[in-house]
Design a protein around this ligand. Structure first.
Ligand code: OSB
Ligand code: MG
Length: 370
């Protein structure tokens, strides 16, 4: 397939409700959509880099630069016949996984369309519906936090993830456990603690949590291994895992017993699938993380989460939990059994709506030959 043009769309989407983590509070989510044209087909990929370098060092600005100046020019007017060929061409790029992943995703969309199959089927998905939960942001008061969780439980989410930070942890989790003694519950610290906080995690260890996500430094695996040796609850790494090698290193030293796989953070769907396979071979469960994606990114997350070793519920909530008017259709809805149905039409299974896109677009740039 000859890649003719790549257009970047920087958009800014107002969230249905503010989302607060240990690194900050967000009311809007900007992202870059990558539109790729090849052989008369159009594929779309979503870049999950944020407004600022808080969750990761990549931002809208760095991704715009890296895709526009380096990644897109490596592909324009080239014959690319598989996603692996893209991975090979990008292999000499250090870092910038979110930028690489977005371009690779756009190609996967075209590649699946050309074969007339859904992305999920193409990558080896084994289920039609995937179990999902909801990642609940930090609220200003405990009462508001409990109310917010109650809304999601009432909406049918069977797994709740609480964001924690120093001063907003044990007491909050205890209150949630008292109100919902049996609900599947996990916490995510987004790197807000150090090993000196081990006593906090020993207390959380008594609260029947599915896992404790990324308690320590975003680049650390050594201290995570030390903490894992002190608690029974599985530690799950998010921020620390940027590639299949990172996953292997972390598992080799027992730094975690679960991995949150995010396609953007690990540099693409190919790498995400490799981490899935590695974890499966070692009996380590994985789940699909989320980055408040639009339906473009969510569709790819659903295809990934349909692979067999995604045995824990993903952070893939219904479209309406994020945006009033998504830029792509159809919207994803929550089924009665806290699952979301995996798209089964050719490609990623979603279609971008040009007028919706225009309404939220900040800037646009096309890279093409001549
Ligand atoms: O740590 O998993 C995280 C959103 C932005 C950045 C980091 C994280 C998150 C989430 C949101 O938890 C999950 C979702 O998309 O529903
Ligand atoms: Mg996380």
């Amino acid at each position: 397939m000859r890649i003719e043009a790549i257009t970047l769309h920087h958009i800014d989407m107002p969230l249905v409700a503010p989302f607060e983590t240990s690194f900050g509070r967000e009311t809007h989510r900007p992202c870059i959509l990558v539109e790729m044209r090849a052989d008369g087909r159009t594929g779309w990929g979503e870049c999950v880099a944020g407004a600022g370098p808080w969750y990761a060092y990549e931002t809208i600005g760095t991704a715009w630069h890296i895709i526009g100046e380096f990644l897109a020019p490596m592909l324009i007017n080239q014959d690319i016949d598989s996603p692996e060929a893209i991975v090979e061409r990008f292999a000499r790029v250090r870092g910038h996984p979110m930028a690489r992943a977005a371009v690779e995703a756009a190609f996967w969309d075209i590649f699946a369309q050309a074969r007339g199959v859904s992305l999920a089927r193409l990558i080896g998905a084994t289920r039609q519906r995937v179990s999902v939960g909801v990642s609940v942001g930090i609220e200003p008061t405990l009462a508001a936090q409990l109310e917010r969780i109650a809304q999601f439980v009432d909406a049918g989410y069977a797994r709740i993830k609480l964001k924690i930070k120093p001063g907003w942890d044990v007491a909050v989790v205890r209150a949630v456990r008292e109100r919902w003694p049996d609900i599947a519950l996990q916490v995510d610290a987004n790197s807000a603690y150090t090993l000196a906080d081990a006593p906090v995690f020993r207390e959380l260890d008594e609260m029947n949590l599915l896992l404790i996500e990324q308690p320590l430094h975003h680049e650390d695996i050594v201290d995570h291994a030390r903490l894992q040796s002190q608690v029974q609850t599985p530690i799950c790494l998010d921020e620390s895992i940027h590639s299949p090698d990172h996953a292997r290193w972390a598992l080799d030293i027992d730094a975690c017993r679960v991995i949150n796989i995010k396609i953007g953070r690990v540099g693409g769907l190919t790498a995400a699938r490799q981490i899935h396979d590695l974890c499966a071979s070692r009996g380590v469960p994985v789940w699909c993380g989320g980055m408040l994606e639009t339906n473009v990114g969510r569709a790819v997350n659903l295809a990934l989460a349909a692979l067999p070793n995604f045995t824990l519920p993903g952070d893939i909530s219904a479209s309406a939990r994020y945006y009033h008017h998504d830029i792509a259709t159809p919207d994803f809805v929550l089924n009665d059994d806290s699952t979301i149905t995996v798209p089964d039409t050719p490609g990623t299974g979603v279609v971008v709506l040009p007028e919706r896109l225009r309404a939220v677009q900040v800037r646009e740039m096309t890279i093409s030959k001549g």
